[in-house]
Design a protein around this ligand. Sequence first.
Ligand SMILES: Nc1ncnc2c1ncn2[C@@H]1O[C@H](COP(=O)(O)OP(=O)(O)O)[C@@H](O)[C@H]1O
Ligand SMILES: [Mg+2]
Length: 444
Amino acid sequence: MDIVQAKDVFTPTKPARIAFVERDAVNDKLVNSLTTPGKQIVVYGHTGTGKTTLLVNKLMQLYGRHITTRCMKGLKFEQLLLDAFDQLAPYYTAERQNSAKTSRALDLGASYELLQAKINASTSTDASEKQARLLPPQLTAQALGRFLGAQRACWVLEDFHKIEEAEKAKLSQLMKVFMDLSDDYPELKIIALGAVDTARQVVDYDREMRNRVAEIHVSLMTEQEITAIIAKGEQALNVKFSPEIKRLVARHSNGLASVCHHLCLNMCHAAGVTQTVDGQPMALTSDHCEQAVKTYVDEASDSIKGAFDKALRQRRKTQYANAPLILEALSALNEGGAARADILRRIQRREPKYPEANLKYLLPKLCTPEYGGVLRYDSNSGLYSFADPIYRAYALAQYHRETVPSRTEFEAFEQTLLRLLTERVKVERARDLTIMFHRTPRRT
Ligand SMILES: Nc1ncnc2c1ncn2[C@@H]1O[C@H](COP(=O)(O)OP(=O)(O)O)[C@@H](O)[C@H]1O
Ligand SMILES: [Mg+2]
């Protein structure tokens, strides 16, 4: 049995490899698009659904080379081109040292170096002492396409939704150029990833390109897929989770694999498993599970509190306490999410005159970072739900402490989570009160 590290098996914060499970729903489409010359690809879906992981694993299985550019707010299209150009340097350097070359490769290699020298020479220093690198006119879309294509590489643009609209339009043009170059360079393609609801929010391309751009939606993971992650982990580490624990973790993860990885890694730590166990499989018990949940809550509590503070902040004077009403209502409804009409009905049980307009306004807001991103909206099902299962548990702890434990199907695991979160909420309330009482008026 191969000895592997627990942190390389359960990977809450990086792409899974050892515990990677195939996503049947998108696999064929992605494989087809990757192997079709000239096909450009847009991968979209909520944060944490597994876009990066899926792509990284598929590229490893199917593709020779790829380069990845991570997009950030404010990044200009020219900087993206330069970044891709820079990342090709090691390949061209390696090629120069290799004597067996075709004349086309020789020409390209020479022009790569020429451009590289130009870019380095044109580095300008502006007043703020920030070094801005200028894109030379020779580094056109065609040129970059040839440089990438000759290395049989594709170009992955991570988090492309963060780029501004005006800059995005240029990517659509670039995709077109890459399509046209695919005769000469069959591997050349762009893969843009975005944490958004539709492919068009990632790249708004022309109608005529429609058939040549694959839109691949990565949805939340199913409970079976999450269970498969645990099973892979068991095998790699020679440990055994009880069926009960598996079921609870899979259910509680609510489609987010990172929650599953987190809990499983914490359980391994609680049991002292840092790598593959020698001999008989090690059984992980409900005690380990409880400890794991405790660590998970401890680690997450600051960020949960931060997110809720943003969500609940009173931004202007209103008749209703809108955000608390919404969060309370949603947490009482099905954990898979609820439609706006259901949330409205639930709120109106308490506030019969509650206007739908308030809901229409605030629900989408609660999905944005400014409001802590506590909710997510799934345009396929039309349902709103908590963005992370732990947010739902936190809301339950805040608003439904008395009613919830009496729910018949309520399970030990969730109770632990709730108990821990309830303790947190109490501590925070006490702290907030202390701060309020001790706050002395500022002297002017
Ligand atoms: N197919 C998969 N198999 C196992 N774990 C996965 C899979 N897809 C995602 N994960 C895990 O889920 C988490 C989020 O995945 P990530 O690829 O970063 O999502 P996204 O790029 O959509 O935000 C990571 O912890 C990753 O290890
Ligand atoms: Mg990602």
